[in-house]
Design a protein around this ligand. Structure first.
Ligand code: G3I
Length: 449
């Protein structure tokens, strides 16, 4: 790391340009997680938000993971916000990104108590109407992505903590039979997709996971199409259940696959180095439990970066739950994942594809200067871009071309013009500007994305 960074600084000095990489550089590298996992017959995935699949976020998502799960884009409230009014934009975008990067997609989720549209939850439905709505929803969504989704979380979170069925829209209206119906309709719409029931707090052997076990056993006996169980694994630091592997094994012995579907490990903030080391051990032990059981299909993390995690919103004061930090630098937890997949203890390789922005001053006079920013892509591409930086010495942008720039205080933000948003793989776009300066004109750090 040190020698590479020194090399970059030297280059910057020689050219007068500040090279800014959108992804952290690294030294002697393991293969990416997806390759380590594939070598063990496993798939490592991440939950993603479609709008973020660009810049560093997109580069890491594409390079490191072999599977994507839309975190919200395929939920009922997202795809059918008004009755009969479908919006597939984000879901389509994620599927297209996955296909472009040779990744699987886990569909998430078709029947859940949460994130349903208000027209559905506020409606008054007879059981027959409710059943019809559910069948139509499943047939429409699964049918749309037929052949493109490796596995569906068909039913999400059907149980209470004591192993009784969760009451609410589906159970109250249709009884527990809604689960078998949903699986059957999903199978009819895409016979090749693996169909899962997914829940949280079912990682160890306890009342809730035993209720899930008994349900799966009963569904298998009835011939209902059930292919797998998803153990979400939203865990607390230092609390990986000691019976995790045993639990995975008992589901496997029923004849279904198991996947860790939403792994994160939260802790009280701020995190110290001891806690981050414990978190690495926790990630490692979860992945190791999956690696140890042949029918464990793989592990998905619920967001790969701390800046992209649901935890701080839901558990105020808690966070740091993912393998990358807020700035997309890998944490010890990344090494925990890699080690459990047979990697060494090195930091990860930079994404194979990335787009970068480089700021340079091309001419300077008494009170003004001309600068330019070059956005280049290699192994990645952009449909639009935004570049921002903060001036440290009172510089002010007075005019820009080939971009729309605004400055508020010291903060400058430049977005593409209507004609140059696209930066193809292997291509670049440059914009320029004039600015004023006084006293000194230090080169700022530039952020792309
Ligand atoms: O999109 C709106 C935005 O317009 C609005 O300004 C903003 C204001 O709060 O809310 C935005 O919606 C939020 C949505 O995420 C998209 O960011 C919702 O409030 C928020 O509740 C929702 O949270 C999601 C949560 O499920 C809902 O229960 C998380 O992103 C998502 O990661 C999380 O995922 C669940 C799994 O589906 C099932 N297992 C548990 C897991 C974690 O809760």
């Amino acid at each position: 790391m040190r020698s590479l960074r020194t090399g970059l600084s030297l280059a910057a000095l020689l050219t007068g340009a500040a090279l800014v990489f959108t992804a952290p550089a690294a030294h002697a590298a393991d293969p990416p997680l997806r390759d380590l996992a594939a070598a063990r017959g496993k798939v490592v995935g991440t939950a993603v938000t479609g709008s973020k699949l660009t810049g560093t976020y997109g580069a890491i998502a594409g390079a490191q993971f072999g599977s994507l799960t839309p975190d919200n884009a395929m939920k009922w409230g997202s795809v059918e916000p008004t009755r009969g009014g479908f919006d597939w934009a984000e879901a389509d975008q994620i599927v297209a990104f996955a296909q472009a990067h040779g990744q699987q997609v886990r569909g998430h989720t078709l029947v859940w108590h949460s994130q349903n549209p208000s027209w559905l939850t506020n409606g008054s439905w007879t059981p027959a109407q409710l059943s019809g709505l559910l069948q139509n929803h499943i047939s429409t969504e699964v049918g749309r992505y037929k052949g493109e989704i490796a596995a569906w979380d068909v039913v999400n979170e059907p149980f209470n903590e004591d192993g009784t069925y969760r009451t609410g829209l589906w159970y109250d209206g249709l009884g527990s039979g809604y689960i078998a119906s949903a699986l059957t309709w999903a199978h009819a719409a895409d016979p090749n997709a693996k169909l899962y029931i997914n829940d949280y707090n079912v990682e160890g052997v306890d009342a809730k996971s035993t209720a899930l076990y008994n349900l799966v056993k009963s569904l298998k006996q009835q011939g209902v199409p059930i292919d797998g169980v998803g153990l979400q694994a939203h865990l607390i630091l230092g609390q990986v259940p000691s019976t995790l592997q045993q639990n995975i094994q008992r589901f496997a012995d029923l004849g279904v696959d198991v996947a860790i579907t939403e792994l994160d490990v939260r802790m009280a903030l701020p995190a110290d180095s001891g806690e981050l080391a414990q978190q690495a051990a926790d990630f490692k032990s979860v992945v190791a439990a999956c690696v140890a059981v042949a029918r464990c299909a793989g592990v998905t993390v619920w967001g790969f970066a701390d800046s992209d995690s649901w935890v701080p919103d839901t558990f105020p004061g808690y966070g740091a739950a993912t393998p990358y930090d807020e700035n997309y630098a890998p944490k010890p937890a990344y090494r925990g994942l890699a080690e459990a997949l047979g990697g060494s203890t090195t930091t990860p390789p930079p994404p194979t594809g990335a787009c970068t922005a480089a700021y340079s001053v091309s001419g300077q006079w008494d009170s003004g200067f001309t600068g330019q920013v070059k956005i280049s892509c290699s192994g990645a591409s952009l449909a639009s871009w935004k570049v921002s930086w903060t001036y440290g010495a009172g510089q002010r942008v007075t005019q820009a071309w080939n971009a729309t720039c605004t400055q508020s205080g010291a903060a400058v933000s430049c977005a593409n013009a209507s004609y140059n948003g696209a930066v193809p793989d292997g291509g670049s776009v440059t914009f320029g500007f004039n600015a004023s300066w006084n006293g000194s004109n230090p080169v700022p750090t530039v952020t792309l994305g």
